[in-house]
Design a protein around this ligand. Structure first.
Ligand code: PGA
Length: 248
């Protein structure tokens, strides 16, 4: 049985005033690690968040990191720095990074390696655009995004990682993939990895992301290859997020 994980991606939302009650509510409710719970606030709030989580059952993640370990990279934040302020996870290759900030799969693969190198658990985001789905290219797109990582780091690197399947057309749109659509791609991802290493594939946690809400989480999480969720908008409201954690 794979332990389910629910991760909240706050994106560029929040303030010190708003984060405090949100984190307090999550910490007060999530006291067991039966379901993994991770929050990913913006970089500048990570240190505060780490203190508020005080090493309890809720883990801390970043939304992105630099592919380089140290040096003259103005504006960037390294994996070691994220680890230093208390992160144990980081998202890598979120579709907004890929589409709005031009991150190629090759760069995402380097970031994935950098995260592992810093001792962070990478949550590798993959997923197709609507036009790609309509053209029947979903599997090819997802396979290529995975392959960039396995070619650079080897399939073994996935043993300590999470994958988040996020169809781009479902992110922030209110248009969720059906549980069956999610299951289909999750099963594809697992099979694809199983070709290289069956044991790693069997243990791999694959999260679904894209308009997950309290009202649809249970049906999606009930699918055999869905091991939890990556939650955007709904992670900003304590009640909604906690209901999703409860559904897992
Ligand atoms: P959403 O975002 O839940 O608001 O659709 C998911 C994500 O981008 O990780």
């Amino acid at each position: 049985m794979r332990r389910k994980i629910v991760a909240g991606n706050w994106k560029m939302h929040g303030s010190r005033a708003a984060n405090t009650p949100l984190i307090e509510a999550i910490v007060a409710t999530v006291t067991s690690e039966r379901v993994g719970c991770v929050i990913c606030p913006p970089h500048v709030y990570l240190h505060d968040a780490a203190r508020a989580l005080h090493g309890g059952a809720v883990a801390l993640g970043a939304q992105d990191l630099c592919a380089e370990a140290v040096g003259a990279f103005t504006g960037e934040v390294s994996g070691a720095m994220l680890k230093d302020v208390g992160c144990s996870y980081t998202l890598v290759g979120h579709s907004e990074r890929r589409s709005l900030f031009g991150e190629s799969s090759a760069l995402v693969a380097r970031k994935f390696a950098a995260a592992l190198g810093a001792g962070l658990i990478p949550i590798l985001c993959v997923g197709e655009q609507l036009s790609e789905r309509e053209a029947g290219r979903t599997e090819g797109i997802v396979a290529a995004q995975l392959e960039a990582v396995t070619q650079l780091s080897g399939v073994q690197a996935l043993a300590g990682a999470l994958i988040a399947y996020e169809p781009v057309w479902a992110i922030g749109t209110g248009r969720t993939a059906t549980p069956e659509q999610a299951q289909e791609v999750h099963a594809f991802i697992r099979q694809r990895i199983a070709v290289e290493d069956a044991k790693i594939a069997a243990g791999l946690r694959i999260l679904y992301g894209g308009s997950v809400k309290a009202g649809n989480a249970q049906d999606i999480f009930a699918m055999p290859d869905v091991d939890g969720g990556l939650i955007g908008g709904a992670s900003l409201k304590a009640d909604e997020f906690l209901a999703i954690v409860a559904a897992a």
